[in-house]
Design a protein around this ligand. Structure first.
Ligand code: ADP
Ligand code: MG
Length: 410
């Protein structure tokens, strides 16, 4: 061991203290215990494996689903002086990385799941010293999750081939079903589950029926001068809304995967630097974007899941200052969502149905929105948060909710 965790935390990472559950997670990992850490985006999951990677002799293998994410992490790890590398299709220095791994000169090695599960990779690890397997975005292993990736299922034989190496699974989003599934799929003990608080008290949640969407969004813009994101379902709508909402003195730009990469990068850079810009975006916008002063996130339609909604709306108010999350929905959103159930493979339909029902509960409740969100993540919040639309102005009657109920039970 090179040093104790508290010293590394301070001297290498430059932090005064662990945040939230980080210390519990790091302690378990350092004790060689299998762990599943559920921590919201921005809570500091990376540190939970980067610190042990430095503290323990041997290399930590990090399984991560996206090259862009890996390379972001690589850059920040290297900036701290951590010896980190990745083996991906765009890396040219494979030979050198493998040599360094075998020679014990790496703290962190990032790989995608399909690479990690290959025989060649296992053979490489057998010639190396490994201190930890960190499985990032671990919800991808579960068909119950909102982002199932079959490649994650292939990891188990690799993990089992190294029974003495502890495994740490990390994710921001996992309901009770998905959590149980991750534990099973990755062979983690039930007592290894560590869940950090999901509440974002500075975010004021509101859910409203769509009723003249253009006007409703313009109103949100008018009352929230700071940077904001409007999430839409389609690229076409992103373009259209960016155009119709723009030109009122406020910069409004579209963002979606269909844009020319240079335009997309330019729009993102402009948003990150701006103090009043609004981005009209598909869910392609957000992964790895850390802008602390986003003051509002609006959804022009139903998100894919509560997990998705929590993550997307959670991009507001990372700096802790007041922020607003507004969800606009219509019955047709549920109709479309139900149609999609028929389009997914049979094994995933139950999960899809559960997801839609959970969204139904969020939009239809006459009670506290935050309570619905937090209960979804297994917490036991008070009945009233005092900072959502229903707590601030209790609905006179909850008749409108019958629409949603009918659609859900159809
Ligand atoms: P996650 O992967 O959970 O979304 P990250 O690992 O990217 O979160 O960390 C989010 C931010 O929090 C980073 O800027 C990181 O440097 C910071 N951070 C992590 N741990 C701490 C800590 N103990 N004290 C202060 N800042 C921290
Ligand atoms: Mg992360």
């Amino acid at each position: 061991m090179r040093s104790d965790p508290a010293t590394i935390l301070h001297d290498l990472f430059g932090f005064e203290a662990f945040r939230g559950v980080q210390e519990r997670v790091v302690t378990r990992v350092m004790d060689g215990l299998g762990t599943l850490a559920i921590m919201p985006t921005g809570a500091g999951k990376s540190l939970c494996y980067q610190l042990p990677a430095v503290a323990l002799p041997g290399c930590c293998v990090v399984i991560s689903p996206l090259i862009a994410l890996m390379h972001d992490q690589l850059r920040s790890a290297r900036a701290l002086g951590i010896r980190a590398a990745s083996l991906t299709s765009v890396d040219a220095d494979w030979r050198e990385t493998q040599d360094r791994l075998i020679a014990g000169e790496l703290d962190l090695l990032y790989v995608a799941p399909e690479r990690a599960s290959s025989d060649a990779f296992r053979a490489l690890l057998e010639r190396s010293r490994i201190c930890l397997f960190a499985i990032d975005e671990a919800h991808c292993v579960s068909e119950w999750g909102h982002d199932f990736r079959p490649d994650y299922r292939l990891l188990r034989p690799l993990l089992d081939a190294f029974p003495l190496v502890p495994r740490l699974a990390l994710t921001a989003t996992a309901d009770a079903h998905t959590r149980a599934d991750i534990l099973t799929q990755l062979g983690l003990p039930n007592e290894g589950l560590i869940v950090s608080g999901f509440d974002r008290p500075n975010i004021r949640y509101a859910v409203k029926p769509r009723d003249g969407m253009g006007r409703q969004l313009a109103e949100i813009l008018a009352t929230n001068p700071g940077p904001g994101i409007i999430y839409v379902q389609t690229r076409a709508l992103a373009e259209k809304l960016a155009e119709s909402l723009g030109g009122k003195g406020r910069p409004v730009l579209p963002y979606h995967a269909g844009l020319d990469p240079a335009v997309r990068a330019g729009n993102q850079a402009a948003f990150l630097a701006s103090e009043d810009m609004v981005m009209v975006a598909t869910v392609a916008f957000g992964m790895g974007i850390d802008k602390p002063d986003v003051r509002f996130v609006a959804h022009a339609g139903l998100p894919k899941s509560i997990e998705g909604y929590y993550q997307e709306s959670g991009r507001a108010g990372r700096d802790g200052d007041p922020a607003v999350a507004t969800l606009l929905w219509g019955p047709e959103d549920f109709v479309r969502a139900r149609q999609r159930i028929g389009e997914v493979e049979a094994a995933r339909q139950a999960g899809e149905r559960t997801r839609i029902a959970a969204l139904g509960a969020l939009v239809e409740t006459g009670g506290c929105r935050r309570a619905v969100l937090l209960r979804h993540f297994g917490e036991s919040p008070p009945d009233q948060c005092g900072n959502c639309d229903n707590c601030l102005a209790p609905p006179a009657c909850v008749d409108a909710t019958q629409t949603a109920q009918k659609l859900l039970s159809a």
